[in-house]
Design a protein around this ligand. Structure first.
Ligand SMILES: Nc1ncnc2c1ncn2[C@@H]1O[C@H](COP(=O)(O)OP(=O)(O)OP(=O)(O)O)[C@@H](O)[C@H]1O
Length: 268
């Protein structure tokens, strides 16, 4: 218990600095995404019913909505993990742009037999020489403030640290699009807030296009430029969040936007 507490404190102290960290080495070409009349059915179940959206390069979009409304299905289609039944999906600079998309899931999915640095290097794929892979992995770990754990085994990390490794693995290839499927969903409330700060800083520094699926409306308004509410496979609300970054948790403006989004989801 004492160990866990100490680790938490250490993490909170580090994470309190996230907003103030200098820019890291990686620079990324963000990618715009256009969806036109996107449909997806599983048998007779029409999950997405004509989604049309333009996501400009570098925008941070959050997708929220009731369980089962099609959020993960939309993300899977964006990532090319699933095919739409109808409609169009285009990335602004062609197929290379699509290949530069990466995804972070709720579970970090680290390989237990590889060190932290080697897990991050997995994100580079084949054909990168060992020295380059190592230095790029270290630079991505610096970006998530975990360079000192480079030689550690995943089993010896906290949940928040593992998720930071998963983020570094996604960032190491300099993605133009980063898709995030409930990436903070399994973390405790304090670690979650710290990770939101980290995610916000990394996005501001690296400039990729971010698409975040989350159940947490407060997380959506804290991080995103724009929040899309899905309802029964359609866009029920497309709300701009104009506040500048970094944002303060609990500000009245964000609370008001959060209320509007909750109303759109729950109809109350
Ligand atoms: N591979 C699949 N085969 C059949 N049905 C599927 C498949 N994937 C998703 N579905 C169905 O599509 C609908 C939307 O699922 P999806 O996972 O996209 O929802 P979600 O909004 O992400 O839900 P949650 O918030 O609970 O994660 C659900 O009814 C689900 O059962």
């Amino acid at each position: 218990m004492a160990f866990v507490m100490q680790e938490r404190f250490q993490e909170s102290a580090e994470e309190a600095e996230y907003g103030a960290r200098p820019t890291a080495a990686v620079q990324i070409g963000a990618v715009a995404i256009t969806l036109k009349g996107l449909e997806k059915s599983f048998g007779g179940n029409r999950v997405l019913r004509g989604i049309s959206l333009h996501i400009p390069a570098g925008q941070f979009v959050a997708v929220i909505g009731k369980s089962g409304c099609g959020k993960s299905t939309l993300l899977r289609i964006l990532m090319g993990l699933d095919a739409p039944t109808a409609g169009e999906l285009a990335f602004d600079s062609g197929s290379d742009a699509r290949e530069s998309a990466r995804i972070v899931f709720q579970e970090p999915r680290l390989l237990p037999w590889l060190t932290v640095a080697d897990n991050v290097a997995v994100g580079l794929g084949e054909g990168v020489d060992k020295g380059t892979a190592r230095s790029r992995a270290l630079s991505a770990l610096e970006e998530v403030q975990l360079a000192e754990k480079a030689g550690e085994w995943p089993a010896r990390l906290s949940g928040g640290q593992r998720q930071r490794v998963a983020l570094a693995r996604a960032l190491v290839s300099k993605p133009g699009v980063l898709a995030l499927d409930e990436p903070l969903g399994a973390l405790d409330a304090l670690t979650r807030i710290s990770m939101q700060q980290l995610l916000s800083r990394v996005w501001r520094e690296l400039g990729f296009t971010a698409v975040l699926v989350t159940h947490d409306v407060s997380e959506a308004v804290h991080l995103a430029d724009r929040v899309i509410v899905l309802d029964e496979g359609r866009v029920a609300l497309d709300l701009a969040i104009p506040q500048s970054h970094p944002r303060r948790h609990g500000s009245p403006e964000l609370a008001e936007l959060e209320g509007r989004l909750l109303h759109a989801i729950l109809g109350t």
